[in-house]
Design a binder for this molecule. Structure first.
Ligand code: F6R
Length: 265
């Protein structure tokens, strides 16, 4: 796992955008796994600006979002579908027919969404880069604590703390769905590479567990320790409980040195 600590959240967002631009430079038709929430917002803004300035194109990109609430229509302004349009898709040159979320419209059967979504990801050739945030309780996607580390896209009941935290985005608490469809942990681990972003003191305990804790369903993000290409971009506050912080900085310096020395060979 590569752990890179930045001074502030703006630098985390800039680095995240840079890595996505680099991937699309190499592979313009890449398949991206995307997250919603507060964390990736600045990175999405940066990518939208980059696209407008011609520094990156999403014209051939396909996307799969991690999760969506059950029973919200795409047009519902509280749906993740709406979030993605508002925060990213409406501002880039992506073909919206290549954007995917595990939607379960009102009245639909949520149990049938997972297998279809898994098949769609496979048909697209798999995810090249999965972008993740992390919950305070260590969830990735909506894989709440005690989720099977071998789970696939399915319906998940949200914990009370997740509902409370995300309740701020709902005008009416009664309208907040209690269940969501989320990619599973095994689905996330299938991605070729993973880019996890975390900022703020409230993520410090989850980040410490993710990087230094034992692999456990109680902290679902720790399953990422089993993946060979995970990069964690954090700000100082989110890194504040890391015991081996000095070592991660040291590793970064060595990586930089090797790249400078051997790049282009
Ligand atoms: C969002 C998602 C969640 C969030 C996590 C952090 O699609 O899957 O796992 O990444 O809850 O949310 P924020 O960024 O709002 O702190």
């Amino acid at each position: 796992m590569d752990v890179v600590v930045f001074e502030n959240s703006a630098a985390v967002a800039a680095e995240g955008a840079k890595r996505i631009r680099a991937l699309l430079g190499e592979k313009p038709d890449a398949v991206l796994g995307l997250a919603t929430g507060r964390t990736p917002l600045s990175m999405y803004r940066q990518l939208a600006a980059d696209c407008e300035q011609g520094r990156v194109s999403f014209a051939e990109v396909t996307t799969f979002n991690l999760d969506e609430y059950v029973g919200l229509s795409a047009g519902d302004r509280q749906s993740y579908h709406h979030y993605m349009n508002r925060e990213l898709f409406d501002h880039i040159d992506i073909d919206q027919s290549n954007t995917n979320l595990p939607m379960c419209e009102p009245g639909g059967n949520p149990l049938s969404v997972g297998p279809r979504y898994e098949a769609a990801i496979r048909a697209a050739g798999g995810i090249d880069l999965q972008v993740l945030g992390i919950g305070q309780n260590g969830h990735i996607g909506f894989n709440e604590p005690t989720s099977s580390l071998n789970s696939r896209t399915r319906v998940k009941t949200l914990t009370r703390e997740t509902l409370e935290r995300n309740g701020q985005y709902f005008d009416d608490a009664d309208g907040q769905p209690l269940v969501a469809v989320t990619m599973g942990i095994a689905t996330i681990l299938d991605a070729t590479a993973v880019l996890l972003l975390a900022t703020g003191q409230d993520k410090a305990a989850a980040i410490q567990q993710l990087i230094e804790g034992p692999v456990s369903a109680m902290w679902p993000a720790t399953a990422l320790q089993l993946h060979e290409r995970v990069t964690v971009l954090v700000d100082d506050a989110a890194a504040s409980q890391l015991e081996k912080r000095d070592y991660y900085d040291w590793v970064g310096q060595q990586r930089q040195r090797l790249q400078t020395q051997f790049d282009g060979e």
